[in-house]
Ligand binder design. Sequence first.
Ligand code: ISJ
Length: 359
Amino acid sequence: METVEKVLAELRRKIDGIDDQILSLLNQRALVAQQIGQAKAGQGLDFYNPGRELAVFERLVAQNCGPFPADAVKRVFREIISASLSLEQPMKVAFLGPSATFTHQAAQKQFGFSAQLVALKSIPAVFEEVRRGRADFGVVPVENTTEGIVSHTLDMFVESDLVINAEILMEISHDLLSVSGRMEDVGRVLSHPQALAQCRHWLEENLADVPLVDAPSTAMAARQASEDPGIAAIASEIAASLYGLRIIKSKIQDNTNNLTRFLVVGRTLSPRTGQDKTSVMFIVADQPGILCRMLEPFSRRNINLTKIESRPIKSKAWEYVFFLDLEGHAEDAAVSEALADLQSCCRSFKILGSYPRCR
Ligand SMILES: C=C(O[C@@H]1C=C(C(=O)O)C=C[C@H]1O)C(=O)O
């Protein structure tokens, strides 16, 4: 009978052979991506194309028959694409910090580890960094299923000329983290008050006698946990890796359907992918029936609206700016006609961008 060492040696030889092929294919792929980069540069087109990236992920996930997990297919290809983007130009992405926040996690999910991610202190600072060209793109939160819209982000579009290039949907999952990763070492639980509130039931059932302490952010809580083995922090997975913490228990939030939508903002509009969404911003005239009139062009053409929001105009009391999201690209015939109809009843109108719809 063969010894286990012999069997392992043989299987490892096979794995080495496969790894050699993967490496050679990765380099072949990077060369083709570079050629695409040169062709785009010749036409003045952006190398980064989030719609094409989504199509790559979806095509591969659909044809994967396992056992390699579908989720991992996406993660691996995220990094492969991120690395080819970095060959073209080191992509710089500003995000609403500090490091290890959920916006950081969203930026990493969208751009991978080869992008240079820069934490900034506020949403206006992210917009400014991109406007000045010091960052290629910015990532900011725009709405949460529990908390509603992030008004700061919507308000920025009133003054800014930046456009929306992509949306990122992320499940906000809270993990309990500590140095040892052991439940019995937890003497105190620290986190942002909102994260503590979102995990209240789990904490009552599992750590009823442990004091809960507010922290300025989930990231700060993680930092403090890294300095004191008796502290457990409720924070993101990225905070665990940044501060060298172990996961005591993951996904301890009470509502498992806690999603946040983030926007990628940039300086140039994204091309059509066939699976797009469009965001517009407008101010309508103050007239009876105007709300019906502004929505009618969409219902008549069977265009699905996914969100409508209004925000006060700061310089004029009781006047509002509307933000509308709809399915389709601004260059689709029906969408472009509907937008023209809408514009005809607006005092001011702006397309904020068409971008691949996240599913
Ligand atoms: C190579 C391309 O450009 C970039 C790199 C991609 C890739 O490596 O697959 C995909 C989309 C773009 O962000 C392309 O547009 O096909």
